[in-house]
Ligand binder design. Structure first.
Ligand SMILES: Nc1ncnc2c1ncn2[C@@H]1O[C@H](COP(=O)(O)OP(=O)(O)O)[C@@H](O)[C@H]1O
Ligand SMILES: [Mg+2]
Length: 405
């Protein structure tokens, strides 16, 4: 059943909502129906004059502006100006013609983001109704670009992008995403739609995870899925309808498993990290349609560590070996073989950044030995220098002595 919010709300609309709520669950009450009260400014304009102050109460529309920032399954995001606080904000508006289920889902998204206060999660400032009676919520405006754009620029060989986002900087970006996930998981929420388009990098380098439109409490019940906005995010498979983005789904999410846990989000996060580091999607060679991507998510393994071309891109050198091992573990099809938590992954990556590379193959052994040798020089500079020069000298003297006999 649809509630058309496309026209200016009237008292009759409120009655309609009452009728609907009594007709089927979940219920809503007309007494609390706020439609028709488009948000207006409350603070006065302050004009300082020679003979004192003039305060002008304008009662303007609080949020104005129309530049489209992005559009997705649940609605559109526009840049707006908050006329009360006098700053730019991002406004996410639901699609018109919102059904009761869509409204329920919208309310869930607002409350989920509201519960997740964290530096790597987009903060929510306000919620309201616009002139046309469409629900919106107000977020911090993240001035920057999505990770999707960053990856595109890197893959195209953009020099400025490569200077700003070398491998270490990309690991730092991913750590921001993992910290957001660690917080959400600790609070009991799964994101379920991790992908580069849902991660933003702000002008100051801050990493912000957004779009909690299909987030769900771990182990919690799914909201009814019969509204239009949700339908747009559903993927229909032979096993039924699943929610998310096929090319970033974990194998269990692609299978439609009902018992997703944090390891499903962590797999998707690793798909994002893989793409950010290798500049290609691991399912790029698979058919670019829903069945092709879903079967890839369930079956396609990552290339072996020794397949150097697979870990190299024309615009950059090969991926440091520790990240190849990290990704191969993170994208195991069997979730028991993956990383168990975002914290564990953060710990591993911080150790790698600090040079404490885990020894897993001859290459990582070589790297570890060289890094340890460097650390030894830092701790014992004189002894290290003596050893470095003394050893070849001793060796040469022994060889010369032996040769003279
Ligand atoms: N707070 C924000 N600041 C700047 N741009 C944003 C913000 N939120 C979303 N966007 C842009 O809008 C796009 C869609 O937003 P998102 O929350 O992912 O909505 P949807 O549920 O429709 O996918 C994002 O990919 C991003 O480009
Ligand atoms: Mg999105």
């Amino acid at each position: 059943m649809q509630l058309d919010f496309g026209t200016a709300p009237t008292a009759a609309d409120a009655d309609t909502l009452t009728d609907l709520s009594s007709a089927d669950s979940p219920s809503a009450t007309s007494a609390a129906d706020p439609r028709g009260s488009a948000v207006r400014t409350v603070l006065p304009r302050v004009d300082a004059r020679d003979d004192g102050l003039e305060l002008v109460f304008e009662g303007r529309l609080r949020y104005e502006g129309d530049q489209l920032l992005g559009e997705g399954g649940m609605g559109e995001v526009r840049l707006a100006h908050d006329n009360d606080i006098d700053r730019r904000v991002a406004l996410k508006r639901a699609h018109p013609g919102m059904s009761r289920q869509a409204l329920a889902r919208f309310a869930e998204e607002v409350r989920t983001v509201g519960k997740l206060e964290h530096p790597n999660i987009v903060p929510i400032h306000d919620v309201g109704l616009d002139e046309e009676g469409r629900y919106f919520f107000v977020m911090k405006y993240v001035e920057g670009e999505t990770l999707e754009t960053v990856i595109e620029r890197l893959a195209a060989g953009d020099r400025e992008a490569h200077e700003r986002f070398d491998f270490d900087a990309r690991v730092h970006v991913f750590l921001g995403l993992l910290r957001a996930l660690a917080h959400a998981h600790e609070r009991g929420f799964l994101h379920r739609d991790l992908k580069p388009a849902n991660v933003m990098i702000g002008r100051l380098g801050e990493v912000v995870l957004m779009d909690w439109g299909i987030a769900k409490p771990i182990g919690g019940a799914e909201l009814p899925a019969d509204d239009d906005a949700y339908q747009r995010r559903l993927v229909h498979t032979q096993h039924g309808a699943i929610v998310g983005t096929p090319s970033y789904m974990s194998p269990e999410q692609a299978r439609g498993a009902p018992d997703l846990d944090v390891r499903s989000d962590l797999y998707a996060a690793c798909v994002v990290f893989h793409e950010l580091m290798t500049l290609r999607h691991y399912l790029a060679d698979r058919p670019q349609n829903v069945p092709g991507q879903l079967s890839g998510a369930m079956e396609a393994p990552l290339p072996p560590v020794t397949d150097m071309p697979a870990w190299t891109h024309a615009s950059q050198g090969p991926l440091p070996i520790e990240y190849v091992h990290f990704l191969r573990r993170g994208m195991q099809k069997d979730r028991d073989a993956r990383w168990g938590s975002a914290e564990e992954m953060i710990h591993e990556l911080e150790a790698a950044l600090a040079g404490r590379v885990r020894v897993q193959c001859p290459m990582s052994l070589t790297k570890r030995v060289t890094r340890e040798a460097g650390r030894f020089v830092d701790r014992h500079p004189r002894l290290a220098t003596t050893l470095l020069f003394a050893t070849p000298l001793t060796l040469a003297a022994t060889l010369l002595t032996l040769a003279s006999f």
